[in-house]
Design a protein around this ligand. Structure first.
Ligand SMILES: [Zn+2]
Length: 242
């Protein structure tokens, strides 16, 4: 080997080493990470109108349960100084593409989709939370953990999924399955307004904690009994200057 080709080889080799040192290209998550800075929450009530979602005698139509929980969740979050955009606030059918358009139109946002689950096996019960991008994992995990504080809840875990509203999201996005309408106990609970309030309360707590940190969220009246004189919780006024 000539001296020149040897030096050339060294050059190529060190070039390769330098390329390796920068590590693999970052994984394309497809989202802007607003999971700690968001000012808007897009609340998505699953199904609606001609699309009932699941329909079981214990729990009734999924579309009605999702809308009620989504409204309660929106109310809780507004109390914590977050801007709320609902993909629907009445019993109407919204195609998935339109839901994606609504979620992506909100800058500096996160997206939370509310659903109830269904199974042929009536014994199956518990909560599941889904995400797609790595930027959404924290939020999904936090929501799942807070739901687990509901008495008798069962943990069916946090999973990644290719649902369109998650896959096409520009910002962190999660989908929460708030229990199985096909299960006698959870289906019955899904009809109960106090239980829906508890679901909304835990999800709101997780979202507020994700944004502002622990101990900021105060459960509202109706969700948890509060000492007299204390109104619905608000984010501390210092946070308004963020
Ligand atoms: Zn659904």
């Amino acid at each position: 080997m000539s001296r020149l080709s040897y030096r050339l080889l060294i050059l190529i080799f060190s070039g390769l080493l330098a390329a390796c040192a920068t590590g693999p290209a970052p994984v394309e998550t497809g989202t802007t990470n607003t999971s700690k800075s968001f000012s808007t929450v897009v609340v998505d009530a699953g199904h609606g109108g001609k699309d009932n979602g699941a329909y079981r005698k214990f729990g009734g139509a999924e579309k009605l349960a999702t809308l009620d929980v989504a409204k309660r969740l929106s109310r809780r979050l507004r109390e914590s100084d977050l801007k709320i955009v609902m993909t629907r606030s009445t019993d109407v059918f919204i195609p998935l593409e339109q839901r994606v358009a609504i979620e992506n139109a909100q800058k500096n946002s996160i997206f939370v989709s509310i659903h109830f689950n269904d199974s042929r096996r009536r014994g199956i019960h518990g909560f599941e939370t889904y995400y797609h991008s790595a930027n959404s994992f924290d939020l999904a995990h936090r929501i799942q953990s807070k739901l687990m504080t509901i008495p008798h809840s069962a943990n069916r875990g946090v999973h990644s999924a290719n649902f369109r509203v998650l896959r096409l999201a520009k910002y962190p996005a999660v989908l929460v399955e708030c229990g199985f309408l096909s299960n006698r106990l959870e289906g019955g609970e899904a009809r109960d307004s106090e239980y829906r309030e508890a679901l909304a309360d835990r999800i709101a707590e997780a979202i507020v904690e994700q944004r502002y940190g622990p101990s900021v969220y105060h459960a509202s009246k109706g969700a948890v009994a509060q000492p007299p004189g204390e109104g619905p919780g608000l984010a501390p006024s210092s946070l308004k200057h963020d």
